[in-house]
Ligand binder design. Sequence first.
Ligand SMILES: [Zn+2]
Length: 274
Amino acid sequence: MLTGWPGGNVGVAVGDDGIVLVDDQDAALAGEIQSALRIISEKPVRFVINTHHHSDHTGGNAVFRDHALIIAQTSVRKRLASGGICGNGTSTEAVWPPANIKALPDCTFDHAITLHLNGEDIRVLHFANMHTDGDAVVFFSKSKVVHMGDVFVTGINGCHGFPFVDIEGGGSVRGMIAGIEQLLPQIPNDAIIIPGHGQISTVQDVKNYLRMLKKTFATVEKAKTNGTTLKQLQQEKILDPWREWNGYYDADKYLETIYNDLNSAKPKDFIRLE
Ligand SMILES: [Zn+2]
């Protein structure tokens, strides 16, 4: 795993057949990623998998595409091509213009795709409406490593962190809960988890995170009766018991996200994958 500010964690799989990258950070860091890779291996980067469309995970696409195939879920290419905003339905985090055609994924999939190289089956699975509507979770089945993109983050400074869910980009807290519930049984207990941001984690960390998501969501759902405003819920500090999860997103903004999620249409049905 390569880390660096300001982008997301880059998963690097190396072997005789070449390098596979999971995410390629911010555009400005592409040169540094290439230098770091040269220390690890002389082999070329053959594939880049984008876990979702945000620029801190896809920014290097235009550089790596000269030699590698860029793979992403269908929605990632659409959102990069159209440009748009990302935010939780109230607070806007970023606005981006339509991407240069060189930065678009060459190869897209709807539900799943598997790469076979370096003696490994690399399973790339899409779960609908989690952090965005184009999330892919990448399973390195032999190495027992899973890159979860921003479906699972551990915060910037500590081991905790409320998630940022991009409701403008098709994300959903309900979808994230359902998706993680589906994918957890598919991950061996001793697997190494690479979060979208933050430090290497364990399956137990993901379980704790899921428990927090479920409990906070249920708490807001119960408290939000007809006519309850967001401000009331924030003043009542109903998420105070989980304040240790304050990170990039604090309890007020995360509460805002759940509130908006409850007001939006239910996410699509989830696709079960074997
Ligand atoms: Zn993201």
